[in-house]
Design a protein around this ligand. Sequence first.
Ligand code: FEO
Ligand code: CA
Ligand code: CA
Length: 701
Amino acid sequence: MTITPPSPDRQRRLLPLAGPHGSRSWATCFYRCGNACDHPEPNTSGNEHVSEVIENAIRRRAFLGGSAAAAGASALVVSGLVSPAAALGRGQDRPAGGHGRSGRTAATDGWTPVEPNVRDTVSVPSGYRTSLVAAWGDAVVAGAPAFDPYAQTPEGAAQQFGYNNDYIGVLPLDRQHALLVCNHEYTNEELMFPPDTYDSATTKKIAMASHGMSVLKIQRQGRSGSWKRTSPRASSYNRRITASTPFELDGPAAGDARLRTTADPSGRTVLGTLNNCAGGTTPWGTVLSGEENFNQYFDKSGALDSRYTTSYARYGITGTGSRGWSEVDPRFDLTTEPHEPFRFGWVVEIDPHDPRSTPRKHTMLGRFKHEGANIHIADSGHAVAYMGDDERGDYLYKFVSADRFDARDTQAARRRNLQLLTRGTLYVAKLTGDGGTVDPATNRFVPTDGEWDGTGAWIPLTSDTTSYVAGMSVADVLIDTRLAADKVSPTRMDRPEDVEPNPVNGRIYAALTNNSNRGTSYPVDEPNPLGSSNTRPALGAALTRQSGNRNGYVLELAENGNDHAGAAFTWKLLLVCGDPESPETYFAGFPKDRVSPISCPDNVTFDSVGNLWVATDGNVLGSHDGLFRVPVAGPSRGQVQQFLTVPVGAECCGPLLGPDDGSVWAAIQHPGEGGTYAAPTSTWPHTHAFPRPGVVVTHRA
Ligand code: FEO
Ligand code: CA
Ligand code: CA
């Protein structure tokens, strides 16, 4: 079985801006997620969708009537925009001002934003400089062969920097050295291999070795924010993790019958990690990584196991349209190894400081299409992991550890902390809108209290000892987490990508990247449900059921009482992305003529003063993707400014500021996607005549 790219005609049909694939090339959809948008939403639970929640945030009180509510809304401006003043004063922390080595960094500098563009380069503001730190094929492990596209081998690829870098972690060793940890989410065979050079089996083995993660020692250049790789021979940390590296399954579901295979009758040892998307660096110095679109890696040679029909369907496991890996590794044949897909879809944890450690898959954090996982230590000391399931109509989750983080710098504390993600409670989120009304001044629906917001509840699914879902055991809930969550009526979301706690203000920011199947137009003049001539505000229309969510949005969640281990939160819309000139966009009330256009938020991170940084994937506004700074406090709250754009065909991944905000990291994923090795559309980073995914660091010149 071999990968067969779509015909030229089908590629064209995958491409149109108004179609389900947005601006993504056919290759992005085909190779990364197996054309997930072409398939019906796997969530058929009928649970309330976030678009309905947002409608309720706009409309619910309108049904109830009430002149007081209307009066309360009269100060609001048109189209649902809230004045900057209205957006402030709600307990937001203000930025602490200058911070970092020099007191001037990308976090606090008043740089001039990068204009939207389609250049085949990484563009940054004047006064900043970008350098390439690592690219596909660079030596990671001592003895790795020099990169040669015509002499690739599976053994060599397993020693070199993998393909399609996504998450970036930088773990300082001392003031001048650090460990760079990267995910390698997937491979683009059409860009990796010169035509007629390799046989099918070899390309598959190289692709498997080019998945996974890399650990590299890096060195700061003088006192700058620039970093370079050290020689692999000078580092005992350097390491490649691939689709064949042994992992230990831990937590309550480890050893379950559904996790046992011919090669692993114990159900506790899995070879490899797949489709590692985003991640998180833990307070105890390890890196978490999310196994995302794992369903696309499995073939079938015959019938599928009827015991798992419901589960397979809920996870999009069909045995078709896959990468054909069963040709070289029989465990990827569902017909003969029906349990192998249950061994993927987990959050994995690696300890970069211990290159001999066995990486682990934490069953306690549930099995779904994990975007990533990011930890906040609650005031109580419990470790809380926030997570999104990146699928149209799937859910937000959090995990709260049973044990407390030990902040002491001792080996005993480290051993304890390494067990934090094995015991605790897994929750799923339900959101409720708090209502809106009709503004008599504008005759439009507006939110009653000046915010598109509401309340939320974390619904417990299971602890490590007790399931809270009727008819499902602890292991059932953890292995079929989507099916368990369906039963407790959480809120279906618009493809939750990164869900990360802001270390400065404690709030959680969730990127809902887009929902390309949900309509294509904005019926801003739709009659309101009261039957009068009032019209629905454009903002609400952008996110409601009947209309599209083409450009994505960002939710801001606040745990009640800032108790991250608690069960209740509030939420509000921070950004509705798009062209600022479009009526549906919203930037937390910041003046729209002073923001950069932004489309399809994906990965998020924070600088040391609490600004949100958003990387995008799938810009539908005619520019390349990029990286944006967004203050979330003070008078600049909502001021989206573009710091960086990426080359042709690429998305911007793994954003990170650090250490000390002096270095801005970005993973340039799939440059040139849409072209081929023989007919490239990008040659970034311009080391060869074809593109190479790579990690860059930007710093003050
Ligand atoms: Fe791999 Fe959800 O992006
Ligand atoms: Ca409200
Ligand atoms: Ca992502």
